[in-house]
Design a protein around this ligand. Structure first.
Ligand code: GRG
Ligand code: 1GP
Ligand code: MG
Length: 260
């Protein structure tokens, strides 16, 4: 029987959702992972920060050293959970703290709705990873990013919040517990506030938002629209210093929630 004893990340996401405090996740793309030394030199301070989560995954990753990369990340993560954000069932490692068990609901590619999952499930059971059943929706202004190409699916349009809502509701009725709306890595336009608000109003679950969020204004828009956890990837690759700036902003934002 699967043992679902560890619920550390589940509790973390639920508590962000219930407290209305905002969380930040840093996405590390293993394809672009520079070296363990680069990480320690530039990000050793992260273990003492209030970063909520580190996600690791990529659309194209095919190397066999996924768990070595996670080991290197663990050197700078301290108590911050390291969670797999898998592009495929090849991105699994038992030294991670949990896995986003994604089903790509915005598309109609059966392999990403249930196929990869059947291959991954017995491996995950053996590894004893905490599993986070997650509805994954790609939503943007029609741009084709890497994840669309790899998944052979089209995004739902920001201009069609009704379809996003109906898709999220179907995911909720299927029993999925976490919702991740992603514009795609490096998207020019992030998920719109209207889309975030409409899912937030409908689904009483932790809401993760990412893709193309590359400045504080876009981060603020996502927080205000109702994202519980915002994912940043490309912007940190381009400007590692932005991570500390954004963490300061999150601290200020959460403090202002207490005051208002
Ligand atoms: C449940 C398991 C084990 C697998 C299923 C995995 C599913 C459904 C994946 C959905 C489609 C997919 C390919 C998602 C990839 C998401 C991801 C990790 C994106 C990270 O960003 P990149 O797109 O690699 O960024 P760059 O374009 O910057 O390289
Ligand atoms: O790299 P960015 O654009 O921040 O996107 C992060 C993540 O949501 C991609 O799946
Ligand atoms: Mg990638």
């Amino acid at each position: 029987m699967p043992q679902q004893e560890t619920r550390k990340i589940s509790n973390l996401l639920q508590s962000l959702n219930q407290s209305k405090k905002k969380g930040l996740a840093w996405l590390i793309d293993p394809d672009k992972f520079p070296s363990a030394d680069y990480f320690i030199e530039n990000f050793d301070w992260v273990k003492d920060s209030d970063l909520d989560l580190i996600l690791v995954g990529g659309s194209d990753f095919e190397r066999s050293d996924f768990s070595e990369i996670i080991d290197s990340i663990k050197k700078i993560s301290g108590e911050i959970p390291v969670v797999i954000f898998p592009g495929s069932q090849l991105q699994l490692a038992e030294n991670a703290d949990a896995i986003l068990f994604l089903s790509l609901l915005s598309g109609r590619n059966p392999d990403l709705l249930i196929g990869q999952h059947v291959h991954a499930a017995p491996k995950i059971l053996k590894m004893g990873l905490e599993v986070l059943p997650t509805a994954y929706l790609l939503v943007n202004n029609g741009e084709i990013t890497r994840v669309h190409t790899v998944s052979q699916t089209l995004p739902i349009l920001n201009s069609n919040p009704t379809l996003v809502k109906n898709t999220a509701l179907a995911g909720y009725y299927l029993g999925l517990k976490y919702f991740f709306i992603d514009a795609g890595s490096g998207a020019t336009n992030p998920v719109s506030s209207q889309v975030i608000e409409s899912v937030k109003d409908l689904v009483p679950c932790p809401l993760i938002v990412g893709g193309g969020i590359d400045n504080l204004e876009k981060l603020k828009d996502a927080f205000e629209a109702g994202a519980d956890l915002v994912v940043l990837g490309n912007v940190i690759e381009k400007d590692p210093g932005f991570l500390s700036e954004v963490l300061d902003y999150k601290a200020w934002y959460n403090l202002s929630l207490n005051i208002n």
